[in-house]
Write a protein that binds this ligand. Structure first.
Ligand code: COA
Length: 258
């Protein structure tokens, strides 16, 4: 389609676009979709591609074969060199690419959502899960701690006490518990996950892309800004939204009663 940048070449991730929704599927089912270096890089490339593609208005990140992602690939190295790790953690990371993506990113979770997988889901704007999904931050069992934002995003989603409990115990929780805690926004029967996600995406992508971008930016800023600064940003972004052609068209259509 005209206006689309060339799609990134991928081997461990599958990218597809349907009806304004780009779906990015981690495709290493034999490794429970563990996030190795190549997969993380391809996720970033696909997220950047989706963000730069004008007709995309939402992104779904998911996994194939009954797992979302079982965390960092523990097979990549037998001992982590702290200096190499520091260099790697200072690079642009997949969690940032999700946050910076100008359109809403929805994590569609089926099965294991552990460690870096759970952190990937938490960095998304919305999370929808199948009823038999399993969540957790098991890093403590490896004598390490979460490194993909888990210690910061989990307390913001579920509160300090529940985050502490999950991170200190390494315990897994089921989807119903994740929903009750606020780790996911929606849980559906396993066979209905794709349809429910499509329906959710449709309710988002019917809206104008500039408004989606600005709404995402404003709501995300609320996690970091004091109230007055957040309200000031909201005012600026609303003014910006109201300058878009889409806003003028939709207002005119409302006045015409169409
Ligand atoms: N990194 C690398 N490989 C992984 C992996 C990970 N995080 N998680 C699973 N795999 C691999 C297994 O090594 C196995 O590979 P093999 O068939 O070549 O031996 C394959 O995926 C299937 O895993 P298996 O444990 O047999 O499947 P399961 O369905 O019984 O259990 C999990 C799935 C996810 C519960 C289990 O694999 C697990 O606990 N993984 C580690 C999760 C973790 O600690 N993540 C945080 C990392 S910081």
């Amino acid at each position: 389609m005209a206006g689309r940048p060339p799609e990134p070449a991928t081997t461990t991730v599958v990218l597809s676009v349907d009806d304004a929704v780009a779906t990015i599927r981690i495709d290493r089912p034999e490794k429970r979709n563990a996030l190795d270096t190549a997969t993380r890089a391809e996720l970033i490339a696909c997220l950047d591609w989706a963000g730069a593609t004008p007709d995309v208005r939402a992104v779904v990140v998911t996994g194939t074969g009954g797992s979302f992602a079982a965390g960092a690939d523990l097979g990549e190295t037998d001992r982590i060199d702290p200096l190499a790790m520091r260099a790697m953690l200072r690079e642009r990371r997949v969690y940032h690419a999700v946050a910076e993506c100008p359109v809403p990113v929805i994590a569609m979770i089926d099965g294991y959502c552990l460690g870096g997988g759970c952190e990937l889901a938490m960095s998304a704007d919305l999370r929808i899960a199948s009823a038999d999904s399993v969540f957790g931050q098991p890093e403590i069992a490896l004598a390490i701690i979460p490194g993909g934002g888990g210690t910061q995003r989990l307390p913001r989603l579920v509160g300090l006490g529940q985050a502490m409990r999950l991170i200190l115990t390494g315990d897994r929780i089921d989807a119903a518990t994740a929903l009750r805690l606020g780790l996911v926004e929606q849980v559906v029967p396993a066979g209905e996950l794709e349809a429910a996600t499509r329906e959710l995406c449709g309710r988002i992508t019917r809206h104008a892309r500039p408004a989606l971008t600005l709404a995402k930016q404003a709501v995300r800023a609320s996690a970091e800004l004091p109230l007055q600064a957040g309200l000031a940003l909201e005012t600026e972004l609303l003014c910006l939204a109201s300058t878009s052609d889409e806003s003028a068209e939709r207002l005119a259509a409302f006045r015409r009663g169409s």
